[in-house]
Structure formats: structure tokens, C-alpha cells
Design a protein around this ligand. Structure first.
Ligand code: ADP
Length: 162
């Protein structure tokens, strides 16, 4: 039974994240999406909302669980008897940061691997930040996020004068 943990901020979850979750199920028997508190990123949505949205977009996927997470990732992996961290790689720009995280986690605990998955090309330019920017300017979000996530984003980003 191979268990993978997919950690991230998911502020909010995008089709790119969902694509990675789907692909990870080809490699792992069980996938735990660990939604990180991450206060340093000053998320637009609070932790409970982010967890709720990831649960919504994964509700039809068997063998996926979604949990809030705060703390040291390797500790979380140990507690969940997981085997690997799952991360998505969009472009070369992601590589340096991801390499640093993978190597520091390995230094902290050599029992886990980090597995990188590439999204479908159509999602390779998607980030939660760009979606918040497009949504804030009133652009269509339908190709990027689940419709319910798009509604929540629009509500949250609605400018007082709009
Ligand atoms: P973090 O704050 O941990 O980077 P994110 O929610 O931004 O959290 O991303 C979580 C993981 O998902 C990261 O590995 C990130 O590279 C990956 N990811 C985000 N968007 C995409 C996408 N469009 N395609 C593939 N991977 C993605």
C-alpha cells in the first residue's frame, strides 16, 4: 500500500492541482492532500475554506483524502505512514525551489522520496496567483478552476465599487 502526500497552499485549488492529484493516483494507492496553513503566504482563503474546496473537487475520486496541515512535512509523513511527497512541476521556474525543498526534506528524514509529476500542457501555466489576478480583473475563470471555486473567488474578490 503506497501512500503519497500532496502538500500545498491550494489558495485556491486549480485544475492544475486536480490534474496532478489524478496522475498521482496512477502511482499511489492512497493520496492525502495536505492543505498547509502557510500564514507567510497570506492566503486569500482561510484554511477551512481551502480544505473544503479541495474536498469538493476531489469528491468523486476514490482513495483521495484531504486534510489541513500545519507543521513539519516529514513529521506529517511519519504520522501518516506515507512513502513519498508529491509535487507538481510546471516549468523550469519551479525547479530550483522544488529541488531545495526536496533536498531539505531528505536531509531531515532520509526515509521519504519526493516524486514530481508534470501536468497536462494546458495547465502548465496555471498558478493560484494568476487566477486570483484574472478573477480580480473580472476575467473568465471557467477553464482554470471548478465552477464553485470560481463563484467563491468572484465573491471574495468583488471590489466594493463593482
Ligand atoms: P505551495 O505554496 O506549496 O507551492 P501550491 O498550492 O502553490 O502550494 O502548489 C502545490 C504544488 O502543486 C506545488 O508542487 C506546485 O508546483 C504544484 N502546482 C500548482 N499549480 C500547478 C499546475 N498548474 N500544474 C502542476 N503543478 C502545479
Amino acid at each position: 500500500m503506497k501512500i503519497g502526500v500532496y502538500p500545498g497552499t491550494f489558495d485556491p485549488v486549480t485544475q492544475g492541482h486536480t490534474d496532478i492529484i489524478g496522475r498521482s493516483l496512477r502511482v499511489f494507492d492512497r493520496v492525502i492532500v495536505a492543505v498547509a496553513l502557510n500564514p507567510s503566504k497570506r492566503p486569500l482563503f482561510d484554511l477551512a475554506e481551502r480544505v473544503e474546496m479541495v474536498k469538493l473537487v476531489t469528491k468523486n475520486l476514490a482513495h483521495v483524502e484531504v486534510e489541513a496541515f500545519d507543521g513539519l512535512l516529514v513529521e506529517y509523513l511519519r504520522q501518516h505512514t506515507a512513502h513519498a511527497v508529491i509535487r507538481g512541476l510546471r516549468a523550469i521556474a519551479d525547479f530550483e525551489y522544488e529541488l531545495q525543498m526536496a533536498l531539505i526534506n531528505r536531509k531531515l528524514d532520509n526515509n521519504f522520496e519526493t516524486v514530481f509529476l508534470m501536468p497536462s500542457e494546458e495547465y502548465s501555466y496555471l498558478t493560484s496567483s494568476i487566477i486570483k489576478e484574472v478573477g480580480g480583473l473580472g476575467g473568465s475563470l471557467k477553464d482554470f478552476v471548478h465552477p464553485e471555486v470560481a463563484d467563491r473567488l468572484r465573491q471574495r474578490l468583488r471590489r466594493p465599487s463593482a
